[in-house]
Design a protein around this ligand. Structure first.
Ligand code: C5P
Ligand code: MG
Length: 191
């Protein structure tokens, strides 16, 4: 299997590139943010719990996020591989993912980190907010909090996988096709 983490700050293009990588490699795309939004849309207990964090730009507690991710993976064992988008967001989540993949007799192929600077991210998210219907995309103070949380809690996940030689940084500025080509070129060096 080809198991990818698409990594990077909010608004760095993970969802856009994940959709293209799914087509290229026939992977199952698991976006924990999309899963939370689905639960919120259905007003489930999980959705209501997640909402209280998401609307402030905070992280949902690890135990909740890991449980949801595990359910999604275990419900889809017969796939060519997984592309994790927006997960892991903390080192605890990264360790849980390692355990889960090991239980499947699998391991991570590579973490691909999209590198985009803060000002570009803020303008991209505000632009996306015009049509995404996401309250957390429409308020600059929430967006700035999401970036702070990313720098504090999520950025260390890059170093965690880097210590196993599994992290790659990808220039996230350019056209969608240019960035996609960079991702594919890097994946090809790993398979
Ligand atoms: O990944 P995405 O940007 O769509 O996530 C939206 C929000 O969902 C995050 O800002 C955060 O509040 C929550 N989230 C989380 N933990 C994750 C993924 C998303 O708390 N692993
Ligand atoms: Mg996304």
């Amino acid at each position: 299997m080809l198991n990818l983490i698409l990594f990077g700050p909010p608004g760095s293009g993970k969802g856009t590139q994940a959709a293209k990588l799914v087509d290229e490699y026939q992977l199952l795309h698991i976006s924990t943010g999309d899963l939370f939004r689905y639960e919120m849309g259905n007003n489930t207990p999980l959705g209501l719990e997640a909402k209280s964090y998401i609307e402030k730009g905070e992280l949902v507690p690890d135990s909740v996020t890991i449980g949801m991710l595990r359910n999604k993976v275990e419900a889809n064992p017969d796939v060519m591989g997984y592309i994790f988008d927006g997960f892991p967001r903390t080192e605890t989540q990264a360790e849980a993912l390692n355990t889960l993949l090991a239980e499947l007799g699998e391991e991570l192929t590579v973490l691909l980190a999209l590198d985009v600077d803060d000002e570009e991210i803020i303008s991209r998210i505000l632009e996306r907010g015009k049509t995404s219907g996401r309250p957390d995309d429409n308020d600059e103070s929430i967006i700035r909090n999401r970036i702070e949380v990313y720098n504090r809690e999520t950025a260390p996940v890059f170093d965690y996988y880097d210590s196993f030689g599994k992290s790659e940084k990808i220039d996230g500025i350019g056209t969608i096709e240019e960035i996609f080509d960079r991702l594919v070129a890097t994946i090809q060096t790993r398979i």
